[in-house]
Design a protein around this ligand. Structure first.
Ligand code: ADP
Ligand code: MG
Length: 236
């Protein structure tokens, strides 16, 4: 199986007024194509910092990061942006939709950056909106639909470049239990049927149980990396 992510001895420091702060202190991890990984850990343990580096939104201070078997540390800004756009879809806790744009335009936004024409953008946006069950709302604005529906739109936007990897940082953090379950069912379907690799941060054990592999961050290090409880139980 191909490696989607290989991280070796990764560190991240931030410069602050109070001096240098070490946030990631040597992280090693390999994630294979098709995996569904949950990341848990206390607030401030470095999960979002780690996800932002995985998503090429931020750079490590030291260490190696191979994404889709490409050494990201050797790429210039444009090459990195291009790799990110082709390989990764990012989903955030706060949905991050544009309030004045309808769902089609929100979902099609990554295609604008990819230089794809308006007609094809619309066709593909409708296609992915349909795949998350929101085709009927295509011309609505984000504030005309529910939170769960908004997160589905954000997932559709993440899917539009047909990524092999979805990174989601607390995607159910703003949603009620039932809506969270629906969003997790959608992630499971994308993992099962489309074979999209998923890495998801959550602080809810129930949400982590949708994954097969659980990684625990404590104080900038991986404290535990193994199968989730339900997966262990079903394979003994
Ligand atoms: P988590 O997502 O696990 O809650 P974060 O990765 O957001 O943790 O933050 C880890 C630590 O890094 C925290 O102590 C936070 O204050 C610090 N941190 C995050 N981003 C920055 C930044 N841009 N500058 C300085 N410190 C930061
Ligand atoms: Mg965080």
């Amino acid at each position: 199986m191909a490696e989607v992510i290989r991280i070796e001895a990764l560190t991240k420091n931030y410069h602050t007024d109070a001096g240098e702060v070490s946030v990631l202190k040597g992280v090693d991890i390999t994630i294979q194509s098709g995996e569904f990984v949950a990341i848990m850990g206390p607030s401030g343990s470095g999960k979002s910092t780690f996800m932002n580096i995985l998503g090429c939104l931020d750079k490590a201070t030291s260490g190696n990061y191979f994404l889709n078997e490409t050494d990201t540390t050797t790429l210039n800004k444009d090459a990195l942006a291009s790799l990110r756009n082709h390989v990764i879809g990012f989903v955030f806790q706060g949905f991050n939709l544009l309030a004045r744009k309808n769902l089609i335009d929100n979902v099609a936004l990554p295609l604008v950056y990819a230089g794809i024409g308006a007609k094809e953008r619309k066709v593909r946006a409708l296609e992915v909106l349909k795949s998350v069950g929101l085709e009927a709302y295509a011309t609505y604005l984000p504030n005309q639909i529910s939170g769960g529906q908004q997160q589905r739109v954000a997932i559709a936007r993440a899917l539009i470049n047909r990524p092999k990897l979805i990174l989601a940082d607390e995607p159910t953090g703003n949603l009620d239990t039932k809506t969270s379950q629906e969003i997790m069912d959608l992630f499971c379907e994308l993992n099962d049927k489309e074979k999209i690799t998923i890495v998801l941060v959550t602080h809810e054990p129930d949400i982590a149980e949708y994954s097969k592999r659980l990684i625990n961050f404590v104080d900038g290090r991986i404290q535990h990396d193994g199968l989730t409880a339900h997966f262990q139980a079903s394979h003994v």
